[in-house]
Design a protein around this ligand. Structure first.
Ligand SMILES: [Zn+2]
Length: 272
């Protein structure tokens, strides 16, 4: 290679290094649920006036691929009108996540990885649609996925994962190998619950909570929901995540926090 070519090669290397940006985080509205009380989350009526939980889905674009995180409510909720007063939460879901992705020109096959904080019905709604990619799953969550008698689990929502390319992991996991997108193992809510750390260049690091916390009151009062798989493990995971937040300076986004969600920009807008 002559000196001129060498210079050119070096120059293009610098250009590509400078345009290579950090990850982009997209937030999607994948429904919400109105509740009479937060009793199941171990919060007394006078301790919080929150009565509605947001249900998100997220997409992270990285130079080396796309990660989809948390699958929202089931498709059956989309467009449904609760006509009669019913027991339990009143759910709404305006536009199916797969259609929201299509609006952005993203087909399920374009997604490299899918991961779920856990497999409860409000986090795995789209799981059967996302089986062409590699699914990153904690061993403990998968081991428990088809067990009998679990609350808030509808295994028909993720039956398709049996045919998917599953990458079973055990603990924290660096998704793209450069530290910018990391699964943080935070078990307790379910056996293999995890949270997600995303290092955003301009916004700063953000941690997506999964259901380690459902509301701000759960965080400030350090309250474990009554239906968690393991209360002690949940408290340990809260401590662990606090260390991660302190080390990275990350902001915690409680995924079900509707007041927070109302302030967040939704896809196709993004955080970088
Ligand atoms: Zn949830």
């Amino acid at each position: 290679m002559g000196p001129q070519l060498k210079y050119l090669a070096l120059f293009s290397l610098c250009i590509s290094a400078s345009v290579s940006a950090g990850p982009k985080l997209y937030v999607f509205d994948c429904g919400s649920a109105k509740l009479d009380s937060l009793e199941m989350f171990n919060i007394k009526p006078e301790e919080s006036d929150v009565r509605e939980l947001f249900v998100p889905c997220y997409l992270i674009r990285h130079d080396d691929g796309i990660l989809f995180w948390d699958g929202g409510l089931p498709r059956s909720v989309v467009g449904s009108e609760p006509s009669e007063p019913t027991e339990g939460p009143v759910m709404r879901y305006d536009r199916w996540i797969i259609d929201q992705l299509a609006d952005m020109g993203i087909e399920p096959g374009d997604i490299t990885y899918a991961a779920y904080s856990h497999l409860h019905f409000d986090h795995s709604g789209a799981a059967n649609e996302l089986v062409e990619n590699t699914v990153l799953m904690q061993q403990a969550e998968w081991k428990n996925a088809f067990g009998e008698g679990q609350e808030f689990v509808d295994s028909s929502l993720y039956e398709g994962l049996k045919q998917a390319r599953l990458k079973l992991i055990d603990g924290d996991y660096d998704v793209f190998g450069d530290g910018s997108v990391r699964l943080i193992y935070t078990p307790g809510h379910t056996p293999g619950h995890q949270s997600l750390l995303v290092m955003l260049d301009n916004t700063g690091p953000v941690v997506l909570s999964g259901d380690l916390y459902h509301t701000q009151a759960n965080r400030t009062l350090r309250r474990v929901p009554t239906f968690n798989y393991n209360a002690e493990q949940t408290l340990e995971s809260m401590d662990k995540l606090d260390s991660v937040l302190a080390e990275t300076g990350a902001t915690l986004w409680i995924e079900h926090d509707k007041a927070l969600a109302d302030t967040l920009k939704k896809a196709p807008a993004f955080y970088d």
